[in-house]
Design a protein around this ligand. Structure first.
Ligand SMILES: *[C@@H]1O[C@H](CO)[C@@H](O)[C@H](O)[C@H]1NC(C)=O
Ligand SMILES: *[C@@H]1O[C@H](CO)[C@@H](O)[C@H](O)[C@H]1NC(C)=O
Ligand SMILES: *[C@@H]1O[C@H](CO)[C@@H](O)[C@H](O)[C@H]1NC(C)=O
Ligand SMILES: *[C@@H]1O[C@H](CO)[C@@H](O)[C@H](O)[C@H]1NC(C)=O
Ligand SMILES: *[C@@H]1O[C@H](CO)[C@@H](O)[C@H](O)[C@H]1NC(C)=O
Ligand SMILES: *[C@@H]1O[C@H](CO)[C@@H](O)[C@H](O)[C@H]1NC(C)=O
Ligand SMILES: *[C@@H]1O[C@H](CO)[C@@H](O)[C@H](O)[C@H]1NC(C)=O
Ligand SMILES: *[C@@H]1O[C@H](CO)[C@@H](O)[C@H](O)[C@H]1NC(C)=O
Ligand SMILES: *[C@@H]1O[C@H](CO)[C@@H](O)[C@H](O)[C@H]1NC(C)=O
Ligand SMILES: *[C@@H]1O[C@H](CO)[C@@H](O)[C@H](O)[C@H]1NC(C)=O
Ligand SMILES: *[C@@H]1O[C@H](CO)[C@@H](O)[C@H](O)[C@H]1NC(C)=O
Ligand SMILES: *[C@@H]1O[C@H](CO)[C@@H](O)[C@H](O)[C@H]1NC(C)=O
Length: 601
């Protein structure tokens, strides 16, 4: 009893030593160097983006309300920003890591993010937001654990495994950018990576020799939590494990009604947690598969990720054909129904002890409606661009939030239309005027021929409805007003719509974008400005002291940037970051020891 009561005290005690700061919520520190690394995931040598020599990058594993400090050193040869997909940055869009709020970190320069994972739980990921860099990696997982006082609606799993799936091109991000800048499509990807690795050689016709694959080692009879993220460019993937049911338990911060699936479609930028019990007889290893959706399987066979689930008592290698996914190239009804079946567990607590269903989103009056329409790429001023409601977003030279802070005028217009424009598509920096404490309905209408996913920074939105055809006022009759999931990334099928509801309670400038990297790069995004009309420093945190300056404000930069020698050469191990890690662990151990001695004394 006594030791249990000491536990929270104990943590705060340690963290205050580490941070030299006595604020209530613990601090967690990360020291990252972002650099190139030479590997050949699909047999073709390429430079991927690694962090501290890891590809995918290190896991951010924290607990609700922790303060997270990440010191990022940019050892790439181009500008960098890291964005924290799904982290809500309450009152703090300054740390969001997108061009609307941050100046980029120049090469050979470091910048420290500091944010609190306030009032949220769940599985998310981070990635580099500029210059198409995500196509070369730089991503990693984020886990926000429940505080100890709040029950998780399932037994503690025996293990926790993060899995990244995503389409992959053998060209690097600079070459892919050139293709897009040249007005061309990227074409078919060369494969699908699972945790940065190529497919297991399940068939020599499709997988050449010498490809390294991922293996998940498990114990028979145990249950694991698998956190699966689609970090790819634009391919929807079907995830499945041979002979095993995957029980959906959480998506992007919402505990779901548990439901067994044999396979689930995971669209670009989406995250899901599954509980998987190792209940098979281990006669062989089992395949873990991520295959491209809604494509001709004969042509796309190579675009399949294959990893291995290995029981410790396995009697042999996996062999034979892969387990089949849904066989419906042109019919998206199965996938749409599958998505609609995902519901919130309304009686579970999450970041707070009150049930997730206690915020009755279906009973709140909508204050504003936006219909955002995606169309196939078009030519604007001689360039191939994508649009949202007829506007192709252009980043100004000065971040929107920073421009406002310094009263720099003319960087954007606050006139994004409620209905799609009907005239000729145009370029612009048009921003949505979001009313603070308003409750808005956003209808995402996809008039293109491929699935798009949409994401909003700073918020989780309620997925109210999804259907084929053109949305009309009558479509509201089909909304789920009770147990739709609150998440940050939602798919919109081609020739279909998805409706989401958002409570605008988080002040700042928030990016609303397609997660499909090619459409995003070509202009399919917008920002939502949410301002408390009463100026104070309570609803939004002030500009951080270390803010970088650029554009109209670049003369404020102290010290001016002068490139230094690169610490990390591609392909070599980083001695320094490992040593840093070791000394931090030593320091932590010393403090732990000290704390134990003080408490017992
Ligand atoms: C990308 O690949 C091209 C060759 O196709 C090479 O010239 C370029 O340096 C590479 N860029 C990076 C960042 O690795
Ligand atoms: C995350 O950290 C917690 C302790 O805070 C630990 O129990 C858990 O095993 C860690 N999870 C992973 C996946 O490392
Ligand atoms: C971040 O890392 C760089 C490079 O290791 C170091 O020079 C800098 O002092 C660190 N900054 C902070 C705030 O820890
Ligand atoms: C890290 O950034 C700080 C503040 O911007 C700067 O003083 C320091 O020289 C930088 N260190 C490196 C190694 O870039
Ligand atoms: C590999 O795939 C080809 C083409 O589908 C098929 O004919 C062959 O039987 C497969 N080989 C094995 C070992 O499964
Ligand atoms: C999922 O399947 C397992 C194993 O068949 C079963 O024990 C469990 O009750 C199922 N869960 C649900 C929610 O249907
Ligand atoms: C294991 O299960 C498979 C499939 O259910 C079955 O074909 C096989 O005979 C079983 N093997 C053993 C050793 O029980
Ligand atoms: C898939 O492609 C193959 C080869 O080009 C073609 O024969 C087949 O008809 C296509 N299947 C569908 C469903 O379009
Ligand atoms: C919503 O609007 C209706 C009619 O305009 C009004 O009667 C009702 O009180 C409002 N509900 C809330 C929760 O404000
Ligand atoms: C933005 O909305 C607020 C109300 O929320 C309104 O007062 C203001 O005039 C609007 N600004 C513009 C430029 O439309
Ligand atoms: C796009 O919109 C046009 C005009 O409303 C319609 O005819 C067409 O079927 C739509 N296409 C898709 C893929 O939604
Ligand atoms: C908010 O904080 C900033 C910087 O700390 C300060 O300059 C400003 O006056 C504050 N504004 C208000 C309304 O308190």
């Amino acid at each position: 009893m006594a030791s249990f009561r000491f536990f929270p005290l104990f943590l705060i005690y340690i963290s205050s030593f580490l941070s030299l700061c006595f604020a209530g919520d613990p601090f967690v520190y990360y020291d990252w160097e972002v650099h190139y690394k030479n590997i050949s995931p699909l047999g073709v040598p390429t430079q991927v983006i690694a962090i501290n020599n890891q590809f995918p990058g290190p896991l951010v594993n924290v607990t609700t309300n922790n303060n997270v400090v990440v010191n990022v050193t940019n050892s790439l040869d181009e500008e960098l920003l890291i964005t924290w997909n799904g982290i809500q940055h309450r009152r703090n869009s300054w740390q969001d890591g997108v061009l609307g709020t941050n100046c980029p970190i120049p090469p050979n320069w470091n910048w420290t993010y500091q944010f609190q994972v306030k009032d949220q739980i769940g599985s998310f990921f981070y990635f580099p937001s500029l210059n198409f860099q995500r196509a070369s990696g730089g991503y990693g997982g984020i886990i926000v654990n429940n505080r100890d006082v709040i029950a998780v609606p399932f037994a503690k799993p025996d293990g926790d495994i993060t899995i990244f799936i995503g389409d992959w091109y053998n060209q690097n991000h600079t070459d892919l950018r050139k293709t897009l800048n040249g007005g061309k499509d990227l074409g078919m990807p060369h494969g699908v990576l699972i945790n940065g690795k190529g497919p297991y050689q399940y068939n020599r016709t499709f997988v050449p020799d010498g490809i390294e694959h991922e293996t998940f080692n498990v114990e028979p009879g145990k249950t694991y939590r698998l956190r699966v993220h689609n970090v790819g460019i634009s391919t929807s993937l079907n995830f499945r494990i041979q002979n095993h049911l995957i029980a959906l338990a959480e998506t992007e911060g919402t505990y779901t009604m548990q439901q067994n699936f044999t396979n689930l479609d995971i669209h670009v930028g989406q995250s899901y947690s599954f509980l998987v019990t190792m209940d098979q007889n281990a006669s062989t290893d089992y395949y873990v598969v991520a295959s491209a959706r809604f494509v001709n399987e004969t042509i796309w066979r190579r675009v399949t990720g294959v990893a291995i689930l290995h029981y410790s008592n396995s009697k042999g290698k996996a062999s034979g054909p892969l387990p089949e996914g849904p066989n419906d190239v042109f019919d998206k009804t199965f996938s749409l129904n599958q998505a609609r079946s995902i519901r919130t567990n309304v009686s579970a607590g999450a970041a707070r002890p009150n049930p997730q269903g206690s915020f009755k989103y279906g009973e709140i009056n909508v204050t504003d409606v936006y219909v955002l329409k995606n169309k196939p790429p078009v030519m604007i001023q001689g360039k191939r661009r994508t649009t949202l409601s007829g506007i192709s977003y252009v980043n100004p030279d000065t971040p929107l939030r920073l421009a406002d802070w310094y009263n720099v005028k003319g960087k954007y217009t606050l006139d994004f239309p409620n209905e799609p424009l009907t005239g000729a598509p145009r370029l612009g920096t048009s921003v949505i005027n979001g009313t603070y404490r308003g409750f808005i309905e956003i209808i995402l209408q996809n008039n293109d021929t491929t699935v798009q996913t949409y994401h909003m920074d700073g918020y989780a939105f309620f997925v109210a409805g999804m259907d084929f055809g053109e949305w009309t006022n009558n479509s509201r009759g089909t909304y789920n007003k009770w147990d739709g999931v609150a998440r940050c990334t939602v798919q919109v099928f081609p020739d279909a719509w998805t409706a989401v509801l958002v409570s605008l309670d988080n002040v700042g400038f928030w990016n609303l974008r397609t997660q499909n990297l090619d459409s995003w790069y070509l202009g399919q995004e917008v920002y939502v400005k949410v301002i408390n009309p009463e100026a104070n420093n309570k609803t939004e945190l002030p500009k951080p002291d270390n803010a970088l300056y650029c554009g109209a404000l670049k003369n404020k930069q102290q010290p001016p940037h002068t490139p230094k020698l690169q610490r990390h050469k591609p392909g070599k191990n980083s001695g320094s970051s490992l040593a840093d890690g070791r000394s931090k662990i030593l320091w932590t151990l010393m403090m732990l020891l000290f704390a134990v001695i003080s408490i017992s004394g």
